[in-house]
Design a protein around this ligand. Structure first.
Ligand code: BGC
Length: 738
């Protein structure tokens, strides 16, 4: 009998889960019955609790009155166990005593800052990414906040768009896996646990494809690209149980996403049967007027609620608009009820009806926030996020016997920039700059010199002479260049994504000293630095790494952690190549710039290829890929191919390799990309060690959306490619789907 126990248990759990669901639905019914129309609309209304001219929210009589009058369902930007309790107490004075949900942009850590999401994506380490979200959730929940507006799961192929820092990069497969991991991390064992916060998959949809990389810009996209490239990470978030969705500022093919029934009702709530609620982006309901889609706020409210936007973030269109729309019979009450049910459901699931203050516990806040364990998690994540782009002449890892190291560059002592754009609750204590991290590492053994050299973005070279003089005294120079924290992020699009200011000139001046130079690029997006890439022997891309940035960089520089990151986005040679991504479609013309073919799909003035490709990243060790074996070269649709090969660490150091499986459907009814990532594994090997790595290819991996937008695989020839980067394939083999 024993062996049936787990099944019985599983059944027990699912039965009790649905019994729980039914109980909640009944409770929602009973609450809904007691509510006036105005109170219902109140649940769909969200204000910011930001400090404003009158001070914190608790000093704002108008907002407090609205809460007391039951006109608010949620508030963003209130945080802290004490502060959230104070505001919740006001909600408890309302007639229905429905608790507020507090939401906040916890994008890469709360009190302990984690690497920016794009950096975390470079780790390709799903367990670590999930853990990062877990830590953030624990700190957030302990601060009285129930809801994070993350993860951002927008695919982004344009590094001019400042919000690339906030997502997982350009690839749909990697992005979907990361979306799933982050939602799981935030929501932990499920809503209702005191260490879980509601996730919010955003921005639905296609926000990352803003024309010309300009934030908030229009998006014009084929249905095919929408379904195949941009929607899957959102579907992955649904599958992971994301409690909420946020719609987006952009128009998609002429329709504002906020007012798009197609996106919200047909796809999300229809086809995907989504039970959570959708919050608008900040003011996006009202912005439909500026788009030229709604003539006033009332019409904007009508369009948004009908389209499936449940909660109005800060546009003040639902209140007062919806009441009149219902009275005028333009909006059926059933639509309002459905939206309110969705919001109340989450309040029940969070346990707020049982105890509205359960997350606002000062003692727990003290314990959870900024713990040594949380900082350790941030450090591990930061080490794994670093990408080694170049390491010639074995400059790295640094020798323990160096007498003097010069830290040079405008970010060498920066703490704030390391926190990144969306850091939310960090405090000034114990932030680790590169300089401090090196100091922590070398103690008194190695002397650390420092010169700033120049500012991040101005044109003065006045500091160059001092920097050169300092470099000349050192055995090795470590340069810290890149972007300030507010050069990538929301509304931080840049048409010029070269390393800003005179920083690359500073690199040239230091390189001219003849000293060994290591350049660390700290930024929120792929930058362009061709001279450096061609001339400097050692380069690491460190992004913005958070609270433990300097310790992580020092650990990697000294080889205490062997870098294993791989680029989640293509690095172009020039802005003129953008958008540039690895999974492009072949043209009918050659892409090579050779003199014999005049009519080619190539630039006259530079190669088509990127400077650094998607999936690229080095290690201090080297890996060999050999002995590819496939179980079959012909399969029927219900069969699978097992692919295996030997991965060997052929270098001197233990290290991790991210092995990448790409597939190409050679001929199909819709032209397929030259290659698409379909699987990967992160494998740890000791020096000299070998392992057999196995992937399975099934019909799902061979499927795509056909001309009728139906998902499926077509019979024909395929190519499998296994490599260390999208442009460095080590093993390949053809096979056929019968
Ligand atoms: C951003 C969202 C964010 C919201 C609330 C908006 O401007 O687009 O991503 O969650 O503000 O801060």
């Amino acid at each position: 009998m024993k062996r049936y126990l787990p099944l019985a248990l599983i059944l027990g759990i699912s039965l009790s889960a649905s019994a729980q669901d039914k109980k909640i639905e009944k409770k929602i019914d009973s609450v809904l019955k007691l509510m006036t129309l105005d109170e219902k609309i109140g649940q769909l209304n969200q204000y910011t609790g930001d400090r404003d001219a009158t001070g914190p929210i608790t000093n704002n009589p108008n907002k407090l009155k609205d809460i007391r009058d039951g006109k608010l369902g949620s508030m963003l930007n209130v945080r802290g166990a004490k502060e959230t309790r104070e505001v919740q107490e006001v909600a408890m004075q309302s007639r229905m005593k429905i608790p507020l949900i507090f939401g906040l942009d916890v994008i890469h850590g709360y009190r302990v800052t984690f690497p920016i999401p794009l950096a975390e994506a470079a780790s390709w380490d799903l367990a670590e990414i999930e853990n990062g979200a877990r830590v953030a959730a624990r700190e957030t929940a302990a601060s009285g906040v129930h809801w994070t507006f993350a993860p951002m799961v927008d695919i982004a192929r344009d590094p001019r768009w400042g919000r690339v820092m906030e997502g997982a990069g350009e690839d749909t497969y990697l992005g979907s896996k990361i979306a799933f991991a982050r939602v799981k991390g935030f929501q932990g064992k499920g809503l209702g646990n005191l260490d879980a916060v509601m996730a919010c998959a955003k921005h639905f949809a296609a926000y990352g494809a803003a024309i010309a990389g300009r934030d908030y810009n229009a998006v014009d996209m084929s249905e095919h690209t929408l379904w195949e490239t941009y929607l899957p990470p959102f579907k992955a978030a649904v599958d992971a149980g994301a409690a909420t969705f946020m719609n987006s500022f952009n128009t998609l093919n002429g329709i504002p996403a906020t007012g798009s029934r197609y996106l919200q009702r047909d796809i999300l709530k229809g086809q995907w049967k989504y039970q959570g609620f959708v919050v608008s982006d900040w003011g996006s309901i009202g912005e439909m007027i500026a788009h030229g889609y709604a003539k006033d706020k009332e019409q904007a409210a009508e369009l948004a609620i009908k389209a499936g936007s449940d909660m109005d973030m800060e546009s003040r269109s639902y209140l007062p608009g919806l009441a009149k729309l219902v009275a005028d019979k333009k909006v059926p009450i059933a639509l309002i009820d459905d939206a309110v049910r969705r919001v109340l459901r989450k309040k029940f699931e969070l346990g707020l009806f049982d105890d509205p203050y359960r997350f606002s516990d000062v003692a727990r806040q003290e314990k959870e926030i900024n713990s040594a364990e949380n900082r350790k998690a941030s450090l591990t994540m930061a080490e794994k996020s670093i990408v080694l782009l170049k390491n010639e002449k074995e400059i790295l890892p640094l020798s323990k016997n160096l007498k003097k190291i010069a830290v040079i560059g405008p970010l060498g002592k920066s703490e704030k920039d390391m926190q990144g754009f969306w850091s939310i609750a960090w405090e000034k204590d114990n932030l680790i700059s590169l300089y401090q991290g090196l100091k922590n590492k070398v103690g008194n053994q190695t002397e650390l010199l420092y010169a700033k050299g120049c500012e991040l973005a101005d044109s003065s070279k006045a500091g160059f002479a001092e920097a050169v003089a300092v470099a000349k005294q050192a055995d090795v120079v470590v340069m810290a260049v890149g972007e300030a924290f507010d050069m990538s992020g929301e509304a931080k699009s840049r048409a010029n994504i070269h390393i800003p200011g005179v920083q690359e000139d500073l690199i040239k001046a230091i390189q001219a000293t003849g000293k060994p130079v290591v350049v660390l690029v700290m930024a929120g997006r792929p930058l362009i630095f061709n001279w450096t890439a061609d001339n400097v022997s050692a380069i690491m891309y460190t992004w913005w790494l958070g609270s433990e940035a300097g310790n992580a960089m020092a650990n990697v520089l000294y080889g205490n952690y062997n870098p294993s990151g791989k680029l989640p986005m293509t690095f172009p040679r020039d802005e003129g190549q953008i958008p540039l991504y690895y999974n492009y479609l072949s043209t009918g013309r050659p892409a090579k710039n050779d003199k014999d073919t005049r009519y080619r799909s190539a630039y006259l003035d530079m190669p088509n290829s990127p400077k650094f490709a998607f999936g690229y990243g080095l290690s201090y060790t080297t890996f060999d890929y050999t002995d590819l074996a496939v179980s079959k070269t012909q399969i029927k649709p219900d069969e699978k191919i097992t692919v295996s090969f030997t991965l060997k660490n052929t270098g001197k150091y233990a290290g991790e390799e991210v092995v990448q499986l790409y597939l190409q459907d050679k001929f199909a009814s819709v032209v397929r990309p030259v290659k698409e990532l379909k699987d990967f594994q992160k494998v740890m090997l000791k020096a000299g060690e070998s392992k057999t790595i196995t992937f399975t290819i099934d019909k799902e991996k061979l499927s795509f959306y056909n001309q009728q937008l139906k998902w499926g695989a077509e019979a024909g020839d395929f190519k499998l490619m296994i490599g260390t980067a999208s442009n460095n394939i080590k093993l390949e083999k053809d096979f056929t789907l019968l």
